[in-house]
Design a protein around this ligand. Structure first.
Ligand code: DQQ
Length: 584
């Protein structure tokens, strides 16, 4: 077994180098800082890869979603923003509001450096709605000494329905200082929750040496004076700095969301952390013990940086909020660019937000399920259907008459007998991303396997020279034990050289042997430079950024393909042209 693992690992090692290239890498405690570029105002904004229905500001750099909330009839989204350039720096909280999570109105910046406790930057944080229906924000400020401290901000005028102006009371700020802590790893407060004892709790990301941790702070009812608890809520060795922690309850049964303060035998808890060292997010499902203020992940959830991810592609610094209007929990996440910094400066912008996703606990209790908020379907226009179409081995079939650069596709594949699946040893399944990269997807069916690859070619040129392949492949681990691999292969997504073409992958936890006709479903949202995919109803999600040269606008095509040796049937495929949303 150990030998098998070693062989599998050495087989993949040459791939590691190229897989871990990040064109938008980060340095030290946070983002890469290009001093000479962060005040270079764009002279124009290139429209070519700008999105039609994914959230982005009119120009410049955007990163983490901050303080999302539903309040008095409006959804608010704040976000980390550089008002002066297309690279990270000069960070403020920009602010937009929406009635439907689809169309957004920009407002003036909500929080920006003005005081000694945030003069060097207003970094990430979260909103909490207090029981008197007053929203309040906790955010990280960089103070005059360059220390990370936590601050409070509240609306200046609660009767302004847009909550345009926010004040930062000098008498209370900073509310948390890094006494005895690493002052450059002390940031990103969560939404707070109220215990039965009447005390508020909040988490702040931190590390001690290499141990990542979620520090716990408590406050009496006032939300103003905070005291650090003796123990963190949770920590894990060798995981490095935990950025943007998020901690919330999910119902054991059903898809409804619940307020962050709810606890009891009917809920599980989720702790998500964004690992600064890996630039990936991981979450665990577990139990929160309020008497001890400790969280224990279930034994099906690894907390060591190898476990479950919301998204196996580009998705970072995410945050959820409880939407009291529709009783659901909604997830926002930032997708950075895959092109070079020079390209960002030239195009005048960088960073988009993923489509907000509703999220709930899967029936298995072992993982979450995510699905684009239903409101996004209001943008669906002309629809094309394909029903009961057999994809013979080696076939590529065009989905005709669709706006392939701006489309929402849902497809269900019916699989042949699972006996035809190729065997794969468990060790090779340890790194699904590397497996996807190694297996790739090619133009020849000879490179295909028993069942898979099959899926979609999106943002493809007519000759497939450019294409992003989103596909499945099924393996047999043991008799009657199948494994589903989902991949998003960007290796041929662009004729441009200077873009990150990493292939992403994850496993889909589904029992295919159950039922007479095994099926697998895929939904992909294509938006000019975004490919956002949801496997098997949102059990596995992969998002990528691509910059085709030929497959742009009307020259983009959409295909379904099957390079397996066995035929696969499309039981149903629907593709909707997506209209442009009004965003900022
Ligand atoms: N981005 C913010 C930090 C956070 C990081 C700074 C994560 O607060 O840790 O822009 O992307």
């Amino acid at each position: 077994m150990a030998m098998a693992t070693a062989t599998a690992t050495s087989m993949f090692l040459p791939l590691l180098g190229c897989l871990f290239v990040f064109f938008h890498g980060f340095a030290g405690a946070s983002h890469l800082f290009y001093e000479e570029l962060n005040t270079v105002e764009p002279t124009s904004v290139s429209e070519q890869y700008r999105t039609a229905y994914h959230f982005q500001p009119p120009k410049n750099w955007m990163n983490d979603p901050n303080g999302p909330m539903y309040y008095n009839g409006l959804y608010h989204l704040f976000y980390q923003y550089n008002p002066y350039g297309a690279v990270w720096g000069n960070i403020v909280w920009a602010h937009s509001v929406s009635t439907d999570l689809v169309n957004w109105q920009p407002l003036e910046h909500a929080i920006y450096p003005t005081a000694p406790f945030d003069i060097k930057g207003c970094w990430s944080g979260s909103a909490t709605i207090l029981p008197n229906n007053k929203p309040i924000i906790l955010y990280t400020g960089i103070d005059t000494q360059g220390r990370q401290v936590q601050n409070l901000a509240m609306p200046k005028n609660l009767s302004d329905p847009l909550l345009r102006e926010w004040v930062k009371p000098a008498q209370h700020n900073p509310t948390m200082v890094p006494n005895g802590l690493n002052a450059s790893s002390f940031r990103d407060p969560t939404t707070a929750w109220l215990g039965k004892d009447g005390h508020w709790r909040v988490l702040v990301g931190n590390k001690r040496h290499k141990r990542g941790m979620a520090l716990l702070y408590r406050s009496s009812r006032d939300f103003v004076w905070w005291v650090k608890a003796k123990h963190p809520l949770h920590s894990s060795k060798d995981t490095g700095m935990w950025e943007c922690p998020d901690f919330f309850p999910v119902l054991k049964k059903g898809q409804l969301g619940i307020d962050t303060s709810v606890n009891g035998p009917h809920v599980k808890h989720v702790l998500k952390v964004s690992l600064d060292d890996l630039k990936h997010e991981y979450y665990t499902v577990g139990t929160y013990f309020p008497n001890k203020d400790r969280y224990m992940p279930d034994n099906t959830s690894a907390d060591d940086g190898t476990g479950l991810r919301y998204d196996y592609g580009k998705f970072y610094a995410s945050k959820t909020f409880f939407d009291g209007l529709q009783n659901r929990r909604i997830l926002w996440g930032w997708m950075n660019e895959s092109d070079s910094v020079n390209d960002d400066v030239a195009k005048g912008w960088s960073g988009v937000q993923a489509i907000p996703r509703t999220l709930w606990l899967d029936k298995s209790g072992k993982q979450l399920v995510q699905w684009p908020v239903v409101e996004i379907e209001s943008l669906r226009g002309k629809k094309v259907d394909i029903v009961d179409k057999v994809l013979a081995s080696g076939s590529v079939v065009e989905v005709p008459n669709v706006t392939a650069a701006q489309v929402d596709v849902e497809v269900t594949f019916e699989l042949p007998s699972l006996d035809q699946a190729d065997r794969l040893d468990s060790a090779s399944l340890t790194y699904p991303q590397l497996l996807c990269s190694k297996l790739g997807h090619s133009n020849t069916k000879q490179e295909g396997g028993g069942i898979g690859p099959f899926g979609l070619l999106v943002l493809a040129s007519k000759d497939y020279e450019e294409r992003t392949a989103v596909f499945f492949r099924i393996f047999k681990k043991a008799e009657n034990q199948h494994v589903v691999l989902m991949c998003s292969d960007q290796s041929r997504s662009s004729l441009q050289e200077d873009v990150d073409k990493t292939t992403y992958g994850g496993l889909v936890d589904v029992d295919l042997a159950h039922g007479s006709k095994p099926t697998l479903s895929l939904r992909t949202l294509v938006d000019r430079s975004i490919v956002e995919s949801f496997g098997e109803g949102g059990k596995t999600c992969i998002t990528s950024r691509v910059y085709p040269v030929k497959a742009v606008g009307e020259n983009a095509h959409l295909y379904a393909f099957n390079y397996a040796s066995a035929p696969i049937t499309i039981s149903k495929l629907s593709a909707w042209a997506m209209s442009k949303a009004k965003i900022n």
